[in-house]
Write a protein that binds this ligand. Structure first.
Ligand code: ADP
Length: 471
């Protein structure tokens, strides 16, 4: 089966969050299981681009409204990532430092999608499935089905996976001229609440829609940033498939980013050694339990409650806990978290920014990982934490609910709470401080978590079943 993944992110080429991890891993494991999976993504100016050689695979041109543009498809020829990787270069539009966050993102990603479909339609064969990820690529099913120039692709099955339904890519109808000549009777397939809504269009036009956990699939029917009714209506073609994690990249026994690799057998010693490095680097007290947060500092992740929840927990536990934050996002939250480094020296520190290497060391050296998320479609951090023997403290939502069992339940190994509030999070930190005193219980939880199978193999089978249902 030939599967074409189209995405804005793919680790290690360009990653802003979980989407990158998933698109960097799923195709690799699909290829290992005998299918042909390929990834097409924009060519940004990333380190990966400059550190690798590329061959030109295709040169084409297209229009974005009245703007005529040339594009080039380049390929990484050595199959380094375990799948064929293609980058689309649109001069001046995609070749920038950042993935997102530009005023013309609507133009950038619409042009990208037009280039993708233009290229695929030039092939002599048709792929078995085109698999689009999130709103940046969710106009592709519409283009394949309802744009006159791509009509011969209308029969190619399409799947849209929603990694994050909060972001939908809305644009005003004035931008409809960007979409190549389309069947005007199909206006409803683009529209939601008076705007062009790429994610809604993807849900309407794709043959199957998947989300990255079972609980998130359910939640979207009641909480989908305005698309609730659509998810309720389209529930027949929606499937929840829990993400896996890339055990080759996230392997505490062979992680090149950490100085002290460890296995299930050596977890207690290994974590202590990594914790020592972390505590020395950030001036923290090694004798206290270390609570960490890694992620985007945004409302979805409830990062805004971190400063007050941490202060409350420090007060309630009389300073018997240390905290380390790694993240970037809303400037007010960054500022509040940075300010606290002056007030709580020795028990609190923060690294404001993105640092892949440090994230590995933190998963390896921390005792507890905080995830108070308001919305968490799947969440990879808690699964990485578990693989590195770090106890997850999570709000009961989305993929967190599907992957973490509270330590009060049979075979439980984590801490769960219901509300993204300062009190609930501080209380849960208190539970962590208490259980940390019980060395035997901590060791049992660490060993138990590390052996849970979150590998991609099972997930790959579920995706294959989805593709086969479309034949
Ligand atoms: P989301 O995709 O919503 O941001 P996920 O939990 O699915 O959340 O994935 C987050 C991924 O991004 C994880 O691999 C996490 O380690 C990584 N990450 C997030 N913020 C940072 C950061 N500041 N530095 C390093 N890695 C980060």
């Amino acid at each position: 089966m030939e599967i074409i993944h189209v995405s804005a992110e793919c680790y290690p080429v360009a990653k802003a969050g979980g989407l990158g991890d998933v698109v960097g891993a799923l195709p690799k494991y699909q290829c290992q299981s005998g299918d042909i999976a390929k990834v097409i993504m924009p060519m940004y100016r990333t380190k990966f681009l400059y550190e690798h050689d590329w061959t030109v695979d295709f040169k084409g041109h297209a229009n974005l409204g009245n703007w005529y543009f040339d594009f080039t498809v380049i390929k990484e020829p050595s199959n380094k990532l375990g799948f064929d990787l293609f980058l689309i270069d649109i001069n001046g539009l995609l070749d920038r430092q950042k993935i997102y966050g530009y005023e013309d993102d609507a133009e950038r990603f619409t042009a990208f999608q037009i280039a993708v479909v233009t290229w695929i339609s030039s092939w002599e064969h048709k792929p078995d499935v085109v698999h689009c990820h999130d709103h940046h690529t969710a106009l592709i099913p519409f283009m394949m089905k309802h744009c006159y120039d791509f009509q011969h692709l209308a029969s190619v099955p399409t799947v849209v996976t929603i990694h994050n339904g909060q972001y939908q890519g809305w644009m005003g109808w004035d931008k409809s001229l960007y979409i190549p000549r389309w069947d005007l009777w199909k206006r409803g397939m683009l529209d939601w609440a008076g705007n062009i809504n790429p994610l809604a269009s993807g849900v309407k036009c794709a043959d199957k829609v998947t989300t990255v956990s079972w609980s998130y699939m359910e939640e979207l029917r009641t909480n989908a940033n305005g698309l609730e009714a659509l998810f309720e209506y389209e529930k027949g073609k929606c499937v929840g498939i829990l993400n896996g994690i890339d055990n080759a990249v996230w392997d505490p026994a062979a992680d090149s980013y950490i100085d002290h690799p460890f296995t299930v057998k050596t977890v207690t010693k290994g974590k202590a050694q990594n914790k020592q490095i972390l505590c020395e680097q950030f001036g923290l007290d090694i004798n206290q339990p270390l609570f960490v947060f890694i992620g985007r500092l945004v409302g979805e992740k409830a990062a805004d409650i971190l400063p007050d929840a941490i202060k409350t927990a420090i007060h309630q536990t009389q300073g018997k806990a240390c905290f380390l934050i790694l993240g970037s996002g809303d400037t007010s939250v960054e500022w509040a978290l940075q300010q606290m480094t002056n007030d709580y020296k020795g028990i609190y520190n923060a690294y404001i920014g993105y640092n892949e290497q440090l994230s590995h060391l933190i998963y390896a050296g921390a005792d507890f990982l905080l995830m108070p998320s308001r919305v968490e479609p799947c969440g990879l951090n808690q699964m990485y934490a578990m693989r590195y023997g770090t106890v997850p403290i999570v709000r009961t939502t989305g993929g967190l609910k599907d992957t973490v069992v509270d330590m009060g339940d049979p075979d439980g190994f984590g801490i769960r709470f219901n509300n993204a509030t300062i009190d609930d999070l501080a209380y849960s930190i208190g539970r962590g401080v208490s259980v940390y005193q019980d060395k035997a219980h901590m060791e049992w939880m660490r060993k138990h978590m590390m052996q849970i199978d979150h590998s991609w193999e099972g997930t790959v089978d579920e995706y294959r079943r989805v593709y086969q249902s479309l034949k």
